[in-house]
Design a protein around this ligand. Structure first.
Ligand SMILES: Nc1ncnc2c1ncn2[C@@H]1O[C@H](COP(=O)(O)OP(=O)(O)OP(=O)(O)O)[C@@H](O)[C@H]1O
Ligand SMILES: [Mg+2]
Length: 370
């Protein structure tokens, strides 16, 4: 099975760059996620891989095989690429039984009836819908219909499986199950999945690698925990995580020989590994800290400062606390609270190992690891 290589892909619609020099390397067998806000170019990337649109520049390779080249005016047809696709508004044929829906792609390639029967049954079984083969789509739940669409896509044993927001029609509870099911399916099939979503939870929970797109450009590519723990820039940091990372404006200054960040409400001494920062190079800094890395306590601790509890929002397993720090709102997430009250003054600080510093000018994470 091939890896998928995308080189300098450009697609323009009028003056808009839907894709603006996209480069990606997708390893064989990955569950690779394309994540980003509406209009960032996810579907355009997927359609380019499928051969459904012709890019203005760039190349796409499956392993050693060139399948698209704008420069050489070459585009291999979609049906020759051995890919399967499931789209957001997947259509299954309402007048056909589940069996016939799944068998449809096989009939086009002229397999024997016995072979078709065998393949349909095996595929249906792998998705737990083998008992539904005689039903019509209207006799199925939304989740079952989704699985029929998946079955129809994988029955041809594709090399690469492209999915564009395939779970967006499902309700919240079904989505959680469908997510787990897709992961299981991915493991079982062992083929490359390229999966489009704008849902960061889906991306973090399913992906082996995530590529974050914005305005037709790749912002960062990495494993979910790298994207979460070491976002390359402000866009990625703000896009991933809920509630989002707190972003605090600060300016660097030197005090008693060590670097501090003047945040207005406190002078925060930078941790040791950040002391090597070239203070001449950076002036205005944004400190990013995730809500779970904001630490609160009734008593003063090292580097703590005063904060007032503004709102307490119990979310079931966790509690979100909105803190007011000198007129600035900071969100903190804790597992439990011990008799804290709205309006109470407490102490807060940051987990030193988890702070991020962004250059306000370039929006880059100064200490990102990749
Ligand atoms: N056929 C088209 N004609 C003109 N502009 C298009 C066309 N298809 C896409 N675009 C534009 O290209 C950009 C990228 O579109 P794309 O469909 O790839 O976004 P997306 O990331 O899939 O968004 P969504 O999450 O909303 O589906 C958008 O600005 C879109 O308006
Ligand atoms: Mg789309």
């Amino acid at each position: 099975m091939p890896n998928v290589k995308i080189r300098n892909l450009v697609k323009k619609y009028g003056d808009i760059y839907a894709l603006d020099k996209i480069n990606l390397d997708i390893d064989d067998g990955e569950l690779f996620i394309l994540l980003g806000p509406s209009g960032c170019g996810k579907t355009t990337t997927l359609f380019s891989i499928a051969g459904l649109i012709k890019p203005d520049q760039g190349e796409i390779w499956f392993g050693d095989q060139l399948i698209t080249s704008a420069e050489r005016n070459y585009i291999e047809r979609p049906q020759e690429r051995n890919i399967a696709m499931v789209f957001q508004d997947y259509a299954i044929y309402p007048h056909m039984t589940v069996f016939k829906n799944i068998a449809f792609p096989l009939q086009i390639i002229n397999l024997s009836r016995e072979e078709i029967k065998k393949r349909v049954f095996e595929t249906a079984k792998s998705l737990g819908i083998e008992k539904l083969l005689e039903r019509k789509p209207k006799q199925l739940s939304g989740g079952q219909r989704q699985r029929v669409a998946l079955a129809r896509a994988i029955v041809r044993e594709p090399n690469v499986f492209l999915m564009d927001e395939p779970l967006s029609n499902l309700d919240a509870k079904l989505r959680v199950f469908a997510r787990a099911e897709l992961k299981r399916l991915h493991k079982k099939l062992g083929i490359t999945f390229i999966y489009v979503t704008h849902d960061q939870i889906e991306a973090l929970s399913m992906g082996t690698t995530i590529a974050i797109l914005n305005n037709g450009k790749i912002e960062q590519v990495g494993e979910p925990d790298v994207i979460y723990n070491s976002p390359k820039n402000l866009f990625v940091a703000g896009f991933i995580g809920s509630p989002p990372m707190n972003m605090l404006d600060g300016s660097l200054k030197k005090e008693n020989g060590s670097l501090h960040l003047d945040l207005g409400f406190t002078d925060y001494k930078l941790p040791n590994d950040m002391q090597k920062l070239n203070e001449g190079k950076y002036k205005e800094i944004i400190l990013g800290i995730r809500p779970e890395d904001v630490l609160i306590s009734k008593e003063a601790v090292n580097k703590s400062f005063r904060a007032t509890i503004d709102i307490i929002e119990p979310m079931g397993r966790e509690i979100e606390i909105h803190l007011d720090v000198g007129g600035k709102s900071i969100i903190c997430v804790v597992r439990k609270i011990e008799n804290l009250e709205i309006g109470e003054e407490i102490y807060m600080t940051f987990n030193d190992k988890k702070i991020h510093l962004f250059d306000k000018n370039t929006e880059e994470n100064i200490f990102a690891i990749n």
